[in-house]
Design a protein around this ligand. Structure first.
Ligand code: TXA
Ligand code: MG
Length: 361
């Protein structure tokens, strides 16, 4: 696959431009456009066209059994949330769904609905449900509104790599594999949306993300995590979110996460560093503001401040990619508290590490 990719720069404070209209037109006509969202960059195509959606799977090298999130905007001339696009995708919007949409859209919450006949089965990997969200990034909203059709969009990385938070990451993975890449600077949150399934009781978070469980609980009291999110699932368990069975967010280097009391975590990482560096391996350390001075070695990255887990969320994927660029063989990562967005950070770190590489101290 080798095609011409156009890069279009858009100012997020001025979206009403012919350049953005041009990109929207490409998606209307069945092409692929990478665009920023408030979470990570997405690789979009018209969700109602099987052929267009097929190009997404091909560009990413994504397994066909991993379904996509469909992105909507307000729709032409309408100002109510969902704006006609949601009604195309599902025939049944429950009162819980309405409350969630009211509270969190536009924003990083993906809700699972029963799908309508208009959604091609390639989008949902044959499931009878469809995942939908309304992103809050001004460029994403304007682009989808201009396209006038719902847009299927997974994260714009090659399958298995950390999601892209800057256009550089997108270019590294998808140059020559998509029609257009929109560059509007770094994304805000840095981790993907929360995926919430309200189709079965109790409502379950299938993937922790930009909206925290504490926030969702203010609207839906009994929401729980689907337990496989934190306990690596066995071969036999059929995952409710098909994406959960894949090793995601993995850089080339082996990630090892050390979790527990901060002081003990630092001691353990120092010990592992000595052993691995002694073996001649290039060892990266993912540290925090509070701990960075406790480490030596050439590859120590401070990912953010433990008292501000949002800073950690927004830098995590970039830091993982940078370790790859610097040729790290192994990355020793500190665990952080699972409160708030910390739950999503820890979910991504554990997935990057894999079940055998999570150390509790
Ligand atoms: O923040 C985000 O959600 C980003 C931006 C671009 O919007 N998108 C994103 O898409 O992360 P993707 O494809 O990388 O992740 C979608 C996740 C996968 O884990 C997938 O299995 C799950 O959503 N999913 C999609 N449709 C589903 C469905 N019908 N039922 C259960 N899980 C579903
Ligand atoms: Mg993804």
């Amino acid at each position: 696959m080798k095609m011409k990719t156009e890069i279009i720069k858009i100012d997020r404070n001025n979206c009403e431009t012919d350049k953005l209209r041009y990109a929207a037109e490409i998606m209307r006509n069945g092409g692929t456009v990478v665009f920023p969202t408030e979470t990570v960059y997405g690789l979009g195509a018209c969700a109602l066209s099987q052929e267009a959606v097929g190009k997404i799977f091909e560009a990413k090298g994504r397994p066909a059994d991993n379904p996509l999130i469909v992105h909507i905007a307000y729709g032409h001339g309408e100002n109510h949330k969902g704006g006609g696009m949601l009604e195309t995708l599902t025939d049944n919007v429950s009162s819980d769904a309405k409350k969630l949409m009211e509270a969190f859209w536009p924003g990083p919450l993906t809700i699972i609905f029963r799908k309508s006949a208009a959604v091609p089965s390639i989008v949902t990997a044959g499931l009878d449900t469809v995942a939908v969200r309304m992103p809050s990034h001004p460029v994403a909203l304007a682009l989808i509104t201009m396209a006038g059709v719902p847009i299927a969009a997974p994260s714009a990385n090659s399958s298995g790599k950390p999601s892209p938070t800057s256009v550089k990451h997108v270019i590294d993975d998808l140059m020559g594999r998509v029609d257009v890449i929109i560059d509007a600077g770094d994304t805000d949150i840095g981790l993907e949306s929360t995926v919430l399934d309200i189709s079965a009781a109790p409502p379950a978070i299938l993937r922790p993300g930009g909206v925290t469980i504490e926030e969702v609980r203010k609207v839906l009291r009994d929401v729980q995590y689907k337990e496989e999110i934190f306990i690596p699932e066995g071969e036999s368990a059929a995952p409710r979110s098909p994406g959960m069975k894949y090793t995601h967010y993995s850089p080339k280097a082996q990630v090892v996460v050390v979790e527990g009391d901060m002081k003990k975590v630092v001691e353990k990482i120092r010990e592992l560093y000595e052993a691995q560096a002694g073996n001649g391996l290039k060892v990266g350390i993912l540290a925090t503001t509070q701990t960075q001075s406790r480490y030596e070695g050439e590859l120590v990255a401070t990912v953010g401040d433990r008292d501000n887990p949002h800073s950690i969320a927004s830098n995590l994927f970039r830091a993982l990619r940078e370790f790859d660029e610097k040729g790290a063989d192994i990355i020793l990562a500190e665990g952080i508290s699972e409160e708030g967005i910390g739950a999503a950070v820890m979910n991504r770190l554990r997935k990057a590490a894999g079940p055998g590489n999570i150390i509790k101290v």
